[in-house]
Write a protein that binds this ligand. Structure first.
Ligand code: ARG
Length: 456
C-alpha cells in the first residue's frame, strides 16, 4: 500500500513498525473535527482564489459524503494510513479522484492536528460545563430540602460545631462553581485557530487565516506559526482544571462513602447507585463513589504525563506530541462519566434526618455555645474556654453530655450561668444563631442558595 508521503522512500516499513507509529486507533475520535477543519480550509482556498471553485465544490462534496459515512459509523480506518488525517485524505482521493489531493494545499498535518484538538476541546469543555451545572442544580435541590436539618460539623474528623446539612452540601456547589469558572476562563486559550500555520513557518500561498478561523467559529488566530503548531498549553490547562475538578468530586465521594457507612448512617444511597457483594449477602457498597475517588488518580496521571512529554521538546512539532491525545480523551470521558454518575447518586440518596438529629444531640459540639454565652456575659473568652473545658471534662467523667448537667453544677464553675443556658445548648439554636454572612445560620443558608440559583 503506497503512503501519501511515500515519494522519497525506497522501501516501506514493516507492519509492526507502522503499528507503533500509528495513532488512528485513538485519534479517530477527532473525525468530525478533522472533516470540519478540512471543509473550512478548502472553502478558504476557494475564496482566496488558490483553488478553482469547481475543485472546491468537488472536494467539499466528497468531505460531506465522508461525514455522512462517519456519522453512520461506516468509515474503515487502516493502520497503514497512520492517523485520522491521512486516513481521511486517502478516503477522499479514493472517492473523488486526484483532485482530492488538492485539499492539503497550504496546510500541514501539524496545523491540522492542532486545529482538530482546539475544536474538540472547545466542544467538550462546553459539554462538561453543562454537566457541572446540572450537578450543581441537583446539589441545590438537596440542600434546599435540608436547610433545617441539623448535622454534626467536623474539623480533624472530630465533632466540632453543629451545622445545617444544606450548608455542608452547598460547599460543594461553590467548589464546582469555581471549576466551571476556570473552564470558562480557559476558553480564551482554547478558542484560537492554528490553521494556516503550515508545518511551522506559514505558507507561500496567499491564504486568509482569519477567514478559516471564522468559518470554524474561532474568535482569534495564533500570532506565531511556530507557537501555533507546538502549543499544547491549552491541553495541559484542561488537564489541570480537570484534576482540580476530580479532586473536588473525590472529596465529596469520600464523604458519601463515610456517611453511608454503619458508623455514620447519615445517608442511604439508592439501590440503583449501589452494588452488592458476591459473598456477603448483607452488603450494599458505595462502589460508584469509590470509583470516582479512584478515577481521580488517572486524571492526575494524565496531567503529569503530558507535562512530562512536553518538557524537553524543541520547537516546533515533534512526534512526541501525538502522545497528547489519549490522556485528553480519557480525561474527557472520565469527567463526563463521573459528573453524570455523581448527579444521579446525589439526586436519589436519602438523607437520614432522624439519625443526624440523634448524632448531633449526642456530642459536645455545643461546647462553643457555652463558651460564647459566658463571653457574651463579660467573661474573657480565654477564661470562658477554660471553664467550659472543665465542665466538658466533668460530663465525660460522669458519662453524659452538657445538657444533662444540673444547673447547680454549672453554677459551681461560674455564677454567670443561669437557667437560660439550656436553651443556648440546643444544636438547632446553635445553628440558627450563626447568622454572620456566609455562616451556617438557616437564614444565611437560604440566602446562599438564592445566590447559587442566580449563578446557574
Ligand atoms: N498523528 C499526528 C499527531 O497526532 C499528526 C501530526 C503528524 N505530523 C507529522 N509531521 N508527523 O501528532
Amino acid at each position: 500500500m503506497s503512503k501519501l508521503w511515500g515519494g522519497r522512500f525506497q522501501k516501506s516499513a514493516e507492519e509492526w513498525v507502522d503499528e507503533f507509529g500509528a495513532s488512528i486507533g485513538f485519534d479517530q475520535e477527532l473525525v468530525m473535527e478533522d472533516l470540519q477543519g478540512s471543509i473550512a480550509h478548502v472553502t478558504m482556498l476557494g475564496n482566496c482564489g488558490i483553488l478553482p471553485s469547481e475543485d472546491v465544490e468537488t472536494i467539499i462534496d466528497g468531505l460531506q459524503q465522508l461525514k455522512l459515512k462517519a456519522e453512520s459509523g461506516k468509515l474503515e480506518y487502516l493502520i497503514e494510513n497512520e492517523d485520522i488525517h491521512l486516513n481521511l485524505e486517502k478516503m477522499l482521493i479514493d472517492l473523488i479522484g486526484p483532485v482530492g489531493g488538492k485539499l492539503h494545499t497550504g496546510r500541514s498535518r501539524n496545523d491540522q492536528v492542532a486545529t482538530d484538538m482546539h475544536l474538540y476541546l472547545k466542544e467538550q469543555v462546553n459539554e462538561i460545563s453543562l454537566l457541572i451545572a446540572a450537578f450543581q442544580k441537583t446539589i441545590i435541590e438537596q440542600a434546599e430540602q435540608h436547610i433545617m436539618t441539623v448535622a454534626p460539623g467536623y474539623t480533624h474528623l472530630q465533632r466540632a460545631q453543629p451545622i445545617s446539612f444544606g450548608h455542608h452540601l452547598m460547599t460543594y456547589f461553590w467548589m464546582l462553581q469555581r471549576d466551571k469558572e476556570r473552564l470558562a476562563d480557559s476558553m480564551k486559550r482554547i478558542d484560537i485557530s492554528p490553521l494556516g500555520a503550515g508545518a511551522l513557518a506559514g505558507t507561500t500561498f496567499p491564504i486568509d487565516r482569519e477567514s478559516s478561523a471564522e468559518l470554524l467559529g474561532f474568535t482569534s488566530v495564533y500570532q506565531n506559526s511556530m507557537d501555533a503548531v507546538s502549543d499544547r498549553d491549552f491541553i495541559v490547562e484542561f488537564l489541570s482544571n480537570s484534576s482540580m475538578l476530580m479532586m473536588h468530586l473525590s472529596r465529596f465521594a469520600e464523604e458519601i462513602i463515610l456517611w453511608s457507612s454503619q458508623e455514620f448512617q447519615f445517608i442511604e444511597l439508592d439501590d440503583s447507585f449501589s452494588t452488592g457483594s458476591s459473598i456477603m449477602p448483607q452488603k450494599k457498597n458505595p462502589d460508584m463513589a469509590e470509583l470516582i475517588r479512584g478515577k481521580t488518580g488517572r486524571v492526575y496521571g494524565n496531567l503529569f504525563s503530558l507535562l512530562t512529554t512536553l518538557k524537553g521538546l524543541p520547537l516546533a512539532y515533534n512526534k512526541d506530541m501525538q502522545e497528547d491525545k489519549e490522556g485528553m480523551f480519557d480525561t474527557v470521558h472520565t469527567l463526563k462519566g463521573s459528573l453524570k454518575i455523581f448527579e444521579g447518586l446525589i439526586r436519589t440518596m436519602t438523607v437520614k434526618t432522624e439519625q443526624l438529629t440523634k448524632a448531633v444531640n449526642q456530642d459536645f459540639s455545643n461546647a462553643t455555645e457555652l463558651a460564647d454565652y459566658l463571653a457574651a456575659k463579660g467573661m474573657p473568652f480565654r477564661e470562658a474556654h477554660e471553664v467550659t473545658g472543665k465542665l466538658v471534662f466533668l460530663c465525660i467523667q460522669r458519662g453524659h453530655y452538657l445538657v444533662d448537667l444540673p444547673l447547680e453544677e454549672f453554677q459551681k464553675k461560674s455564677r454567670l450561668i443561669e437557667e437560660d443556658v439550656f436553651e443556648i445548648l440546643s444544636p438547632v439554636k446553635a445553628v440558627e444563631r450563626r447568622n454572620s454572612f456566609g455562616g451556617t445560620g438557616f437564614e444565611q443558608v437560604k440566602k446562599q442558595i438564592e445566590q447559587g440559583k442566580v449563578l446557574l
